[in-house]
Design a protein around this ligand. Structure first.
Ligand code: SF4
Length: 282
C-alpha cells in the first residue's frame, strides 16, 4: 500500500482563491523544492526566524506546538528536514479513515479536498492515485492541488486524473498555482515555469495566485503573467496580500485589492487570518 508523509491533515474553510469559503479537507504533504525565506523581509534579505525555532526543535513533540512566523515560509515545518519527525508517514488507508472521521456526515457531501504542502507534486504523485482510488473517496467531487507550479506531472497521475474527471463535473480538478516572485527569495528561472503550468491546464482548471506586498511585486506578477500567456495560459489571475500573521496582512490587504481592481484581476483574501489567526490546522 502507498504511503504519504503528512505534515497536517485537518478540516477547515478554504481561505484563499477559487474555493474561498468552501469547507475543505486539507492534506498537507511533507517536502518542498523551495525555502521562500524572503517573504516579509527587506529586498535581498532572508529570514532567519526558523533557525531559532529549529535550534529548539527537541522541545516540540506536536506540529501544533510550533510557533508561527511572520517572515519566510509560513508552513516551514512542512518541508524543513529539521522538523521531519513531526510529520508521520501514513498508509493511504489510514489517511482515508482520518478524513472520513473529520467529515461532518462521515462521507463526502459538498466538501472539497485540498492537497497542499510544502510542494505536493514534488514526491507523492504515485500515492495520490492510490489515495483517490480508495472506495471511500468515490464521493469526492472537487479536488485542488495547491502548487508552486514547478513540478511536472507524472504520467500515471496524469492518466488517473483524466479518468477521475470523466465521471465528475467540468473543472472538478483545480491547480491553484502560486508562482514565487523575487519577494520569496527564489530565483525567477527556477520559479516561473510556464511549460509546466500549461501541462496542468491539459488536466484541470488552472489559475495563478501571486503573493504581493507592493507595486514592484505587482509589476513582476505582470511580467510573469506575460510569460505564462505566451505559453498558452488563459486562466484567472489572483493577487493575494503577503503576510502569514495579522499585522503584516492588515498592512497591505487594501493596497493589493486596489491593484487587483486596476488590472482586472481577482483579489484573494486570506480568510484564515481574520477567522482563525492562521493557527496550525486552519
Ligand atoms: S513554495 Fe510554498 S511551501 Fe515551499 S517554501 Fe515556498 S511558500 Fe513554503
Amino acid at each position: 500500500m502507498a504511503k504519504l508523509k503528512i505534515a497536517e491533515l485537518f478540516y477547515s474553510i478554504q481561505g484563499e482563491g477559487r474555493y474561498m469559503g468552501v469547507p475543505s479537507i486539507f492534506l498537507r504533504t511533507f517536502g518542498c523544492n523551495f525555502k521562500c525565506a524572503g517573504f516579509g523581509m527587506p529586498k535581498g534579505e532572508l529570514s532567519r526566524e526558523v533557525e531559532d525555532i529549529a535550534a529548539r526543535v527537541h522541545y516540540y513533540n506536536d506540529y501544533k506546538q510550533l510557533p508561527l512566523v511572520s517572515t519566510g515560509c509560513d508552513s516551514y515545518a512542512s518541508w524543513d528536514p529539521r522538523f521531519k519527525d513531526l510529520s508521520p508517514m501514513l498508509e493511504t488507508d489510514s489517511i482515508v479513515d482520518s478524513i472520513m472521521d473529520m467529515l461532518p456526515y462521515k462521507r463526502w457531501m459538498s466538501e472539497h479536498l485540498v492537497i497542499t504542502g510544502g510542494e505536493p507534486l514534488l514526491g507523492w504523485q504515485r500515492s495520490y492515485v492510490d489515495l483517490l482510488s480508495h472506495e471511500n473517496m468515490r464521493g469526492l467531487q472537487e479536488l485542488t492541488f495547491e502548487t508552486n507550479g514547478t513540478q511536472e506531472l507524472q504520467q500515471d497521475l496524469k492518466i488517473f486524473l483524466h479518468k477521475w474527471c470523466i465521471s465528475r463535473s467540468m473543472g472538478a480538478i483545480t491547480f491553484s498555482v502560486s508562482p514565487k516572485l523575487s519577494i520569496s527569495g527564489e530565483k525567477w528561472e527556477e520559479a516561473i515555469r510556464p511549460e509546466v503550468v500549461y501541462e496542468y491546464s491539459q488536466v484541470g482548471h488552472v489559475y495563478l495566485k501571486f503573493v504581493v506586498a507592493n507595486k514592484q511585486d505587482v509589476e513582476e506578477a505582470q511580467e510573469a503573467v506575460n510569460e505564462y500567456s505566451k505559453r498558452g495560459f488563459r486562466g484567472h489571475v489572483y493577487l493575494m496580500p503577503c503576510g502569514g500573521v495579522e499585522s503584516l496582512y492588515n498592512m497591505n490587504a487594501r493596497t493589493v485589492a486596489n491593484e487587483a481592481m486596476r488590472l482586472g484581476w481577482r483579489y484573494s483574501d486570506r480568510l484564515q487570518i481574520p477567522l482563525f489567526r492562521n493557527a496550525w490546522g486552519t
